[in-house]
Design a binder for this molecule. Structure first.
Ligand SMILES: Nc1ncnc2c1ncn2[C@@H]1O[C@H](COP(=O)(O)OP(=O)(O)O)[C@@H](O)[C@H]1O
Ligand SMILES: [Mg+2]
Length: 510
């Protein structure tokens, strides 16, 4: 039976100032298929879908929906045409109930008094039809992220979605929640829903899609059948070469203890009964990479802020290089040999108004060779910045432009380059490859391994479990501010996933 084309993109072009986000993309989506859009960060996946959904408008090119030209692309019109989009960041209102969120903005034929019951029945009908179990009366702030995503999907279905677009839906989920999502998508698909699934993860697209389209630098490189492709081909299509699946690692030689945390706790200012960090104890030695795995917002950010001296713990003790640094300032720690790549690069890692060059010497500007006597050595700084830009492949017109003009990935490269070029002994890195393309990710990973082999110590905090597993000699899992377990590269993903979800706990000894 020939496939029925449901949706067609014809030669779509879209530019943003300085970037061609989509460069003549043509793509057919068949009715009833699960179609993955695979591509590296910045490839243009979200832009293509945002154009369909009407958040942006294409510069040129056409869209056809069920054989007809689809012209007035606005979110409202998309919903009317049966297109539902689940964004990377959910758009639910935390202090509303699930039901209130789903029916937000809907009008019923009934007087207000009867309205709620009417809507409840309507929503339940849809939920039953698709086999989705939900409690409509919980507040959104009370439910897990995985559940919130389910609600977003139910909301789209309730509004009549025949096509569901999910933009990197697993980036906020544990491995188990991802599997549940895939099962749900499979069920929806069997009942006739067409699905476009955006991802940069090969495993995921190989697991759930019928066909896979690969975008690279705004161009559609290929569309392949899942049954006729494999990891190797896909990674080549996506990056232009094969990706290293695993790194060759030398045995780690654990030396002296560099960082020691003992019962570090942090109380929430807004709710003094709540502890953001609970009795966190661990150590990091010379010559090892310790990874902290966990789903986002489980205390990782605060932990990094405390270790880097930006925040003080409510109780507990921190020792670095044998000195009590519980109350040390960031500058003191940097002078002792700390390098810090923060998660919040725009606020903590950079001064956005400053030039690229000035950002490469942010915390070292007062030291030699950048300062001699009282004067900044402009030519030394410029040369240093130019070298860094070259080595880290920072895409910038020159080093004098404000760093705020650079894309997120290039800003990250400035920070990474700066921190790696310091005379460092201890690297605290949080989401170090966030927003980078595969080539830059591998470069940063090799740099971290190189640092470890030279005997430096690295504390890697990342929500990307694959990254943590690839690099770490030891893995600690954080859940709700507590270290709930310990693992190594051999521990299975599903076991770590259980710890990340808080459903498995084990005692961790120092
Ligand atoms: N609103 C925007 N303003 C400027 N540039 C943008 C905007 N949205 C996306 N881009 C740029 O367009 C390119 C494609 O981005 P995007 O579609 O988000 O990629 P992907 O979803 O594949 O990671 C990137 O270079 C990105 O920086
Ligand atoms: Mg995207």
């Amino acid at each position: 039976m020939p496939e029925e084309v449901y949706l067609s993109f014809r030669d779509i072009r879209k530019t943003f100032p300085g970037v061609v986000a989509l460069d003549g993309v043509s793509l057919d989506i068949y009715k009833g298929e699960i179609h993955a859009l695979l591509g590296e960060n910045g490839a243009g996946k979200s832009t293509l879908m945002n154009i369909l959904y009407g958040l942006y408008h294409q510069d040129s090119g056409e869209i056809f929906l069920k054989g007809e030209k689809y012209e007035h692309n606005t979110p409202k019109n998309a919903i009317l045409h049966g297109i539902g989009m689940i964004h990377q960041h959910f758009m639910l209102i935390p202090n509303f109930t699930v039901l209130e969120n789903i029916i937000l903005g809907q009008t019923s034929p009934h007087p207000p008094k009867l309205e709620k019951e009417y809507f409840r029945n309507e929503v339940l009908k849809v939920a039953n039809r698709f086999g989705i179990t939900v409690n409509l009366d919980l507040l959104v702030e009370e439910i897990s992220v995985g559940m919130q995503q389910k609600i977003e999907i139910l909301k789209a279905l309730y509004k009549g979605a025949e096509l569901l677009i999910l933009d990197e839906p697993t980036s906020v989920l544990t491995p188990q929640e991802s599997q549940e999502l895939f099962k749900m998508l499979g069920d929806l698909n069997k009942k006739g829903t067409t699905i476009i699934f955006i991802s940069h993860k090969l495993n995921e697209v190989m697991q759930i899609s019928d066909r896979i389209s690969v975008l690279r630098d705004g161009k559609l490189v290929a569309t392949v059948n899942k049954s006729e492709t494999d990891h190797h081909e896909l990674s080549k299509l996506m990056v232009g070469r094969e990706v290293e699946e695993e790194y060759e690692k030398k045995e780690s030689k654990c030396g002296e203890v560099v960082l020691l945390l003992e019962n570090v706790s942090l109380i929430d200012h807004h709710n003094r009964d709540r502890r953001i960090l609970k009795d966190v104890s661990f150590k990091v030695c010379e010559g090892e990479i310790v990874g902290i795995a966990g789903v986002d917002e489980n205390g990782q950010k605060e932990l990094a802020e405390i270790i880097s001296g930006l925040r003080k713990p409510s109780s507990g003790k921190i020792t670095m290089f044998g000195k009590d640094v519980t109350h040390a300032t960031t500058r003191q720690l940097i002078e002792m040999g700390l390098s810090y790549i923060p998660a919040d690069r725009r606020n903590q890692g950079l001064v956005l108004e400053f030039s690229v060059a000035d950002n490469t010497i942010l915390e070292t500007h007062y030291q030699k060779p950048f300062t001699k006597g009282f004067s900044l050595q402009k030519s030394v700084i410029t040369k240093f910045a130019n070298d860094l830009v070259r080595e880290y492949d920072v895409r910038t017109p020159n080093v004098r432009v404000p760093v705020k003009n650079l894309s997120g990935g290039n800003q990250q490269k400035v920070i990474v380059g700066r921190e790696f070029s310091k005379k460092t002994r201890f690297l605290l890195v949080v989401q170090p490859t966030w927003g980078l393309d595969v080539g830059a990710i591998e470069y940063v990973h090799h740099k971290l391994l190189e640092a470890r082999d030279k005997g430096l110590s690295v504390l890697l905090i990342s929500t990307d479990l694959e990254e943590v597993r690839k690099l770490s000699d030891r893995i600690l899992v954080i859940y709700e501010g507590e270290i709930v377990g310990q693992a190594d590269a051999q521990t299975s993903v599903s076991e770590i996933g259980l710890m990340m979800a808080g459903s498995k706990k084990q005692a961790v000894s120092l």
